[in-house]
Design a protein around this ligand. Structure first.
Ligand SMILES: [Zn+2]
Length: 459
């Protein structure tokens, strides 16, 4: 168990809505003291240096074990999580075999124990048997085994009738259905966000309507189910368009039990990146092909992701949705792939970004860009996701800088930038659009469950 005495840092505690200069003491793995400083004691400490925050919670990470350990194992996924500042991770069930029965969950937990990582591994169960969309999985058995929600992610719950049943059963069990909103009829063969960039590059368009239509369907079914099952809850993951967010905002205003998350890459990156541009979403204006913006080769398959990187207006809408609370959480959709699945032409490449280690850097870039406050950004990585899956976490009730709780914290230095490279990423998936880029906020130390999960080498 860890001992730590850190004086003169910037503390961020979304659970109390507070940030400011302070000190923490960890003794024998317990967060023994959290002291807020003021007056002379606080002089010279600001939010641009060393920051202490609660360990992050990822609602949506793909570990490829069982079935595709070349891309990621539970051990490498948990190591990558800790390097990214995450101390609790929800694994998605699209493994091979799928997590559609308790035995698969037990094997995942066993692998987590063998890994020795103190990062907490939670998991979502599949909605349907083998994620095939035809027969409802044994949701009750999965709930008894400890899943935190149900999803067929990788794909939407295709059948409206099955979604309806799933919302009702899961609601009765007190768990959310986590849907990947995509109307697959509109995305067959789609390669990149439908718009100018895709047209110029000759890539088949992926319309925003595919997401909006699915969100609309899901909300209509939720509204229907919730009349009979008040506990029904829908969580929409990796929402990426202004149109979808408008529907979700309206649904929340009407009181529907819906929550959603956005990914770091949909906040900060845009479809310009597919054309070789490298500038943040909030900096995009004018000609995406101007010489000082296009600095990399087009068609880099690291940019291929589902949903696709959208236009700048959609990315900025995702940022606005975080700011106003329409989006409840930032989830990474960490999707590691082996090189063979990415080193092919753009349209044939596997979808996904290995993103759990760069999430903080993208969020801090948005903070530096004036798009988000530090407190709200950290809240969306901690209390936000905890409000969706937290009751089944060992940290239930203590996601914050809570004295007397087992220490789950991340310490990072906003003043220290780091360069993204395959060598530095601990994930087996090296598929990142950010290779070679400098990101702010090097993680110095991650403590999970009172034990060191990641410690940076001396700079
Ligand atoms: Zn998905």
């Amino acid at each position: 168990m860890t001992d730590l005495d850190l004086s003169r840092a910037w503390l961020v505690d979304p659970s109390s809505g507070r940030e400011g200069p302070g000190e923490i003491v960890v003794t024998d793995g317990i967060l023994e003291a959290v002291t807020w400083l003021d007056g002379e004691d606080a002089a010279g400490i600001d939010a641009t240096g060393v920051v202490v925050a609660p360990g992050f919670i990822d609602l949506h990470a793909h570990h490829r074990e069982p079935g595709n350990e070349d891309a990621e194992t539970i051990a490498s996924g948990l190591a990558a999580a800790a390097h990214g500042g995450f101390t609790t991770v929800c694994a998605m069930p699209n493994t091979t075999p799928a997590l559609d029965e308790p035995g698969v969950l037990a094997a995942m937990h066993a692998a987590a124990i063998v890994s020795g990582s103190p990062v907490e591994l939670l998991a979502h169960g599949a909605v349907t048997v083998r994620r095939e969309g035809e027969t409802l999985a044994a949701l009750g058995e999965l709930a008894d085994a400890g899943v935190v929600g149900f999803t067929d992610d990788g794909a939407p719950v295709r059948s409206p009738a099955i979604l309806r049943n799933a919302l009702a059963y899961a609601g009765a069990l007190g768990l959310p259905v986590v849907d990947h909103p995509e109307d697959a009829n509109l995305t067959e063969g789609a390669e990149a966000n439908d718009g100018l960039i895709a047209t110029v590059l000759g890539l088949r368009g992926w319309p925003v309507a595919a997401e909006e239509a699915a969100v609309g369907r899901d909300l209509a079914i939720l509204a229907d189910v919730v009349r009979d099952v008040p506990g029904a809850r829908l969580h929409l993951t990796h929402v990426s368009t202004a149109a979808s967010l408008r529907l979700i905002r309206a649904a929340k205003t009407m009181g529907l039990p819906v929550t959603c998350d956005v990914t770091p890459h949909h906040l900060a990156l845009t479809d310009e990146w597919v054309a070789g541009a490298r500038r943040w979403a909030w900096e995009a204006s004018g000609d995406p092909w101007s010489d000082d913006v296009v600095i990399a080769a087009a068609y880099d398959s690291a940019m291929r992701v589902n949903p696709p990187l959208r236009c700048p207006e959609d990315a900025v809408a995702c940022l606005a949705a975080l700011a106003d609370g329409t989006a409840d959480a930032i989830a990474t959709d960490h999707a590691p792939h082996s090189e063979v699945d990415k080193a092919v032409e753009f349209g044939a490449a596997a979808n996904g970004i290995s993103g759990i280690e760069t999430a903080l850097g993208l969020v801090l870039s948005a903070v530096d860009g004036g798009q988000l406050t530090l407190l709200r950004g950290i809240e969306a990585l901690t209390s936000g996701p905890a409000s969706i899956v937290g009751t089944r976490s060992r940290r239930a009730g203590s996601v914050g800088l809570v004295e007397g709780a087992s220490a789950d914290i991340v310490i990072f230095d906003r003043a220290e930038a780091w360069t993204v490279s395959s060598e530095i990423l601990m994930s087996r998936g090296k598929n990142t659009p950010l290779a070679g880029m400098r990101l702010p906020g090097r993680v110095l130390l991650t403590i999970a469950g009172g034990r060191i999960a990641y410690e940076a080498p001396e700079a």
